[in-house]
Design a protein around this ligand. Structure first.
Ligand SMILES: [Zn+2]
Length: 136
């Protein structure tokens, strides 16, 4: 399971993309890019498998990093947030996937895409909050 750093952490992320100029540039099959900065909260239009890093880059201060492209991640300061996934059975028998990462819930259903909230998330929130109060 991939982990993502919590908001406010200082990180060094190596992102690896396939090299499309494979044949012209030193025969390297990939390109690595290093991002160094502070993790900031995702805005709602960013996909749940991505996270944002604010870097020193003046032109592109905010980098959106896709977890699946992360080759290496070093947490210089801060913590790692585990991405938790929940399966919620909807009223019509469909199963919905709710993801919790960085205290931020997302769902795959249409309702969430439009309203940024839905009953599946409410269900999961109930369960998570109960777990937290029982361990406290
Ligand atoms: Zn939903």
């Amino acid at each position: 399971m991939k982990t993502i750093p919590t908001v406010g952490s200082e990180v060094e992320v190596t992102v690896r993309y396939p090299n499309y100029n494979y044949f012209t540039s030193n025969c390297q099959p990939f390109n690595d890019t290093l991002f160094k900065g502070v993790v900031v909260k995702n805005t709602k239009w960013i996909a749940q498998d991505c996270f944002c890093v604010k870097t020193d880059n003046k032109v592109y201060p905010l980098s959106i990093i896709n977890l699946s492209k992360v080759h290496d991640i070093k947490i210089l300061k801060g913590d790692v947030a585990k991405m938790r996934k929940f399966k919620v059975l909807g009223t019509k028998g469909h199963t919905y996937l709710v993801t919790l990462s960085n205290g931020h819930y997302t769902c795959h259903c249409i309702g969430f895409q439009y309203h940024n909230k839905c009953k599946h998330i409410t269900k999961v929130q109930d369960v998570v909050e109960k777990q937290q109060t029982s361990t406290a």
